[in-house]
Design a binder for this molecule. Structure first.
Ligand code: ATP
Ligand code: MG
Length: 137
């Protein structure tokens, strides 16, 4: 059974969409096995998104992620990483499939409501960035 790290981003927490987004995960068979609401500092956001530090949108992305609280969570299920990315939809909401979270809720390619790990190695790293083993049940 696989686990992935999910973040409900500031544009979504601000609009009170946490429950609607969680319903999409649960309907897809993903179980929320850890969850907390936190406010990232610029430093934490910068560290979390370090892989993107050379990209032109890095500064904007970090400021956005630190602008309001986020909900960080661990989702568990068969093929959880791919399944979660399927439920999220394409990065750019204009390209996202019907029924996906980003199609329904994202505001733009930057303010796109959710983050999900993209591979087993990054999922493990990202989960341990936010959670200790004891917090995941
Ligand atoms: P995430 O990693 O958040 O799950 P993703 O894997 O679909 O999303 P990435 O290419 O990893 O997309 O980009 C990380 C995040 O950076 C995106 O989710 C988005 O918030 C932001 N981003 C990506 N491309 C752009 C862009 N062209 N302009 C502004 N922000 C962007
Ligand atoms: Mg990504």
């Amino acid at each position: 059974i696989e686990r992935t790290l999910s973040i409900i981003k500031p544009d979504a927490t601000k609009r009170n969409l946490t429950g609607k987004i969680n319903a999409k995960f649960e309907e897809a068979g993903l179980r929320i096995v850890a969850q907390k609401r936190i406010q990232l500092t610029m430093e934490q956001a910068g560290k979390f998104y370090e892989v993107h530090k050379e990209r032109p949108f890095y500064g904007e992305l970090c400021e956005f992620m630190a602008s309001e609280p986020v909900v960080v969570q661990v989702l568990e299920g068969e093929g959880a990483i791919a399944k979660n990315r399927e439920v999220m939809g394409a990065t750019n909401p204009a390209e996202a499939d019907e029924g996906t979270i980003r199609k329904e809720y994202a505001l733009s390619v930057g303010e796109n409501s959710v983050h999900g790990s993209d591979a087993p190695e990054t999922a493990a790293e990202e989960i341990s960035f936010f959670f200790s083993g004891l917090e995941i049940v």
